[in-house]
Design a binder for this molecule. Sequence first.
Ligand code: SF4
Length: 448
Amino acid sequence: MQLDVLKETAKTEPGSYFVANYPPFSAWKPEHVSTALAALEGRSDVAGSVADGAAPLGLYLHIPFCRKRCKFCYFRVYTDKNSGDVDIYMDGLAREIALYKRCAALDGREFEFVYFGGGTPSFLSNDQLQRLIERINEHWRWDAAREVTFECEPGTLKLSKLRTIRRIGVTRLSLGIEHWDDDILEQNGRAHRSAEIGAAYAWAREVGFAQINVDLIAGMVGDDEAKWKLAVERTLALAPDSLTIYQMELPYNTEFTREQRQGGAVAVADWATKRRWVDYAFGQFEAAGYSVSSAYTLVKGAAADAAQRFVYRDSLWHGADMIGTGVASFSHLAGVHYQNLDQWERYLDACRAGELPLARALPISHDQRLIRELVLQLKLGRADADYFRRKFGVDIRERFADAWRSLEQEGYATAEDEGHRLTRGGLLRVDALLPRFFEPQFRDVRYT
Ligand code: SF4
């Protein structure tokens, strides 16, 4: 599906619209891997390389295991691995992270943020988690990190595991609730049920994380107005520090799109309905004292409160470097995007051979860095012209005058003294609005 055709009444057709990066992943190529390796060696003569030792550095660890594959999931995850396989993977991951210690571009730098994502990081046992951290700590420490996030699936948690997660330095726990209705959870292939959510949340509070985020998805198969309102009410009753709401989409290569191809009916609410439901949730949470901090997120109290910040997101959206480790992970370093090998054996073979497991890369131009930050920061609801003038020497109001004009005419943005602000309507459909800022060759590109 083209990214700019998501109209008010559009049905949820197969395809991805969520803009996670720029340029799109389909533009990343194996022939650019050598450029990524040169950037890691700290060579400033490579195309795209903008080595900046002052840029914040993050570490992403991909834990690609889940108890069950959700029917809407297109991530590289495994549901058939036993504990021996998990140990083998964790050995590869620890080797990969150790390899980065040799990279000149990382010399003397420390991680400001760490993110355990998946898959399901909480799938790991206490022992596996503890052993991984011990191996990593032989080379890297994150005592000084401003934030360590850990994604959890409620049904994988126990009090003892949450204590281990806290002990390894996690400050931000992210709990994938998605919905509270057991029939909806079942229809969408989720592994957990509502009873596990309450227990997991109570244990997490008992252990005492600096910040607990919970995720919901608006428009899961089987959802309706009443069930969504109840899900919002029950989530509000938890009083999380942060709430993230995604709008359900149907990426290619999922169980749902396979069912559709075989003639099955997959009833996902249309885009207008999903936006209305997210808007309802925003309103309920705002009335309870939360602030909207991005197109997907609400935080308790003032968004400026340091305890409620999301360092991982804000750093990436402002051009931080990030080393993505694990099978199929994405990285950005010194102006070069790259992605790891996405096949289990090939990824592990490379790590065991002492080679970084890179598959494809893309050095990005000064202008592409500007566009990348602009579209990602617009998800926060505002573009600050002064920030872009100082960082890129460009006045984004002039450079993108046509895009701003069209957004204003459509009622999705308003001009301010120092930039543009999205209206609530614009914020709720922000991903569909972003391609107008892209270079022409990427406007209709599939976002994978
Ligand atoms: S829990 Fe997340 S990563 Fe795992 S199958 Fe479901 S959506 Fe995919």
